[in-house]
Design a protein around this ligand. Sequence first.
Ligand code: PLP
Length: 254
Amino acid sequence: MSFDYAPFLRADLPAPAGRWGGFPAFNFVGGHNDAENVPVAALAAAAAAVLTREGHTLATYGLDSGPQGYRALREGVARLPEAAPSLACSADDVLVTSGSLQALDLINAAFVAPGDTVILEEACYSGAMTRLKKCGARYIGAPLDGDGIRIDALAGILDRLKAEGVRPKFVYTIPTVQNPTGSVMPVERRVALLRLAAAHGIPIVEDDCYADLIWDGDRPPAIRALEGGDRVVYCGSFSKSIAPALRRRAPNSG
Ligand SMILES: Cc1ncc(COP(=O)(O)O)c(C=O)c1O
């Protein structure tokens, strides 16, 4: 006999997940990388080098770097070509998270209360939607075309909300290699999106986790990097370019 925890659990839990039985033969779930392309030797060398150099900082919570995460990593992120000089950020502006989904969770926790309204893209990353649902938010999908979120349609939604006296907490967008459509928002539309957000006085959350997958060098600037981009909360990720399992996998997460 094992102890029955059921009477102690919250009444509103979802049904228990089945035990994991391995990946299906044709696995289209999750943005997995090609196993052969994980830079195993380089990762092992980097881990060995940093442990040898700074391993004693493991003795203190936060590695002597404070609550925003390992300082040398934040400095490296601030120096990434896509971040500097256009994002013009320093290590003090960077928060290390365990994947960009944790960043979205933190953003939701800071901005969204039950009943709040958030605008996202009509076809959108499922993890973003499930998290907003959990927060009790009302989310509205803005229509997309081949260049991403449609500014005319978004303007209509914002006007309608304004007439109802509702100011959405933010517009969530995946402008570069949109999930699931794969579109890349041209720079003119990024500018228009910023202008519209400014006209309505609302922030934008820019999820740029796939932007590093543009190989031909023709990557538009981040919305955060454009004039007026201080109203943009920007999230990147190493899951898609180095390895997704480097971060902790939260249960039921994307
Ligand atoms: C658009 C988008 N954002 C965020 C994530 C979360 O990625 P991670 O938490 O591994 O950085 C994913 C994962 O597939 C995604 O597709």
